[in-house]
Design a protein around this ligand. Structure first.
Ligand code: URA
Ligand code: SF4
Length: 208
């Protein structure tokens, strides 16, 4: 296993000093992401919220509690996985990240994918879903149509299974989505157990 910590340290240092988009003006702390650099599975959220901006850690507020519960429901601890966001600094008032902010920040996510080489990438919510699908050359569709489905993709030279699901924050406002998220996490659990699938093959739609 190559030593990943050198590149990880460099990446964190760059993110901590980054001024590539206007979000650096209003952030308290950037939130690079955290977890195991050897994680098999990577979760990609949207952007830091207030608690994340205060602490510098991803998914530590109410949505983060739900994410931790969902992980626990499939036998994972936060330290087993890698958790990050498509945009590393908090948008003021938690507004949606803008296209140009995603464009400025996403090279960091690409480097994280290249470094960690996850076998499974989970997009939490439509912003990271749209970005990751587009990177993979897939057509993005509404989450209601594609959540929980698995696509074999190559992103940044890394072949992985890509699954999009709802953002945990959405389930805090719409309790019906909580059950949907729980079901999608069960599918992710079966992907984790399934070690038979070849990494190299590409199919648009190989698991439902
Ligand atoms: N929502 C996100 O998308 N990311 C976080 O880190 C916290 C809340
Ligand atoms: Fe840099 Fe990303 Fe923060 Fe913008 S959001 S300043 S690109 S780290």
């Amino acid at each position: 296993m190559p030593d990943k910590t050198g590149e990880w340290t460099r990446l964190v240092e760059e993110i901590m000093m980054c001024r590539k988009c206007p979000l650096h003006e209003t952030r308290t702390r950037p939130v690079p992401g955290e977890g195991s650099l050897d994680a098999e599975i990577m979760f990609v959220g949207e952007a830091p919220g207030r608690r994340e901006d205060e602490t510098g850690r991803p998914f530590v507020g109410a949505a983060g509690r739900l994410l931790s519960e969902l992980l626990g429901s499939i036998g994972l601890r936060r330290e087993d996985v890698f958790i990050t966001n498509i945009v590393k600094c908090r948008p003021p008032g938690n507004r949606d990240p803008r296209e140009e902010e995603i464009a400025a920040c996403s090279p960091y996510l690409i480097r994280q994918i290249r470094l960690i080489k996850p076998r499974i990438i989970v997009a939490l919510g439509r912003h990271s879903g749209r970005f990751l699908f587009t990177q993979a050359g897939l057509r993005w569709a509404p989450l209601s149509a594609i959540h929980g489905k698995t696509y074999t993709v190559t992103i940044a030279g890394v072949t992985a299974r890509l699954v999009a699901t709802y953002h945990p924050a959405a389930a805090l406002y719409n309790p019906r989505l909580r059950g949907v998220l729980e079901e999608d996490f069960k599918k992710i659990q079966s992907l984790l157990r399934d070690r038979g699938g070849e990494r190299g093959q590409r199919s648009l739609f190989d698991y439902m």
